[in-house]
Ligand binder design. Sequence first.
Ligand code: NAD
Length: 295
Amino acid sequence: MSTSTTPSSHALQKVTVLGTGVLGSQIAFQTALSGFDVTAYDISDDVIATAKTRFSELAKVYEKEVPAAAGKTEEILGRITFSSVLADAVADADLVIEAAPEVLDIKRKIYAELAEAAPAKTIFATNSSTLLPSDIKDATGRPEKFLALHFANKIWQYNTAEVMGTTETDPAVFDAVVEFASQIGMVPIPLHKEKAGYVLNSLLVPWLNAGLGLAAGGYAEPEDIDNVWQIGTGAPFGPFRAIDIIGLNTPYNILVHSTPEGQKLAAWLKENYIDKGKLGVASGEGFYVYDKPAD
Ligand code: NAD
C-alpha cells in the first residue's frame, strides 16, 4: 500500500507517458502544451529516435490546427524529455499515463515493472481502449492509485477524456485525474462504474466491426460502405476512414483476441492490408492513399 498523502490535482505536475506511438505522442504533446513537464518513455533508443520524428510531425499539425500552439511548438517540445530507461522516466512522476500496445500481457508486465520503479506517490492511468482496469489492477501494486484515463485519437480536436476507476480506486485519485484532464484541455467524462469500451468505444467498436464484416464478407467495397454511411447519416466519415485514422494495428490487436468471427476479420485485415504495409494514415496508406504521413 502507498503511504503518500491524498493527491490533489495541484500535485499532478510531473507527467510521464509510456509509449510514444499514435496516442502516447499526442498525450505527451497535449500535456506539454498545457504547461506540464512531460517525460516520454519508450522501449529502446531506436524507438525514441523514431518518436522524435513523430513529435516533430505532430508539432507541425499543432502549429496548423491548434491556435494555442502557434509559434510555440519549439517551447512545447522543450518541455518533453525522452527516455528509454523506465526507472529514470518515472523516478519523480506524479502521474504515469500508459499508452502501450493493446495487449493484456504487455500491459500487466509494464505495471509489474512500474510498481517497482515508481515512487509511492505516483498515480498510474491506462489509456487502454478495450481492457478493464480490473484486468490489470493487481499488477500495479497500488490499486487505489490506478484507473483508466482514455483519450480519443487526435486529442486536440476530439478532446474527450473518459475517466474510469475500479471499486478500489481512491475517489480523491479519481477526482485529481478528472481535474488534470480539464487542465490539459479535455472534456472529462467520469464513468460511474467499469464498462468495457467506456462510452465512446461501446458505440464505436461495433460500428467499425460492422463495416469490416461487410467488406471482409464481400458485400461491398470499403469506399462504398463509407459513402453510404456519410450520405445516409450526414456523418463526416465512415468506418474505413476512421480505421485509417486510428491505425489498422489497434483494431487488429482487438479482433485477434476476440471471438472466432472477430478473428476472421483480423485475418482479413492482416492479409489484405497490414502485411502489405497499409497501416493507415500514419504509414501513408490504409484503405485510402494519403499524400504524406500525419496529414
Ligand atoms: P501504437 O502501436 O501506435 O504505440 C504503442 C507504443 O508503445 C509504441 O511506441 C511501442 O514502442 C510502445 N511500447 C511497446 N512496448 C512497450 C512497453 N513495454 N512499455 C512502454 N511502451 C511500449 O499504439 P496506440 O495506437 O498509440 O495505442 C496505445 C494505447 O492507446 C492502446 O492501449 C490503445 O488501446 C489506446 N488508444 C488508442 C487509440 C487510437 O486511436 N490509436 C485511441 C484511444 C486509445
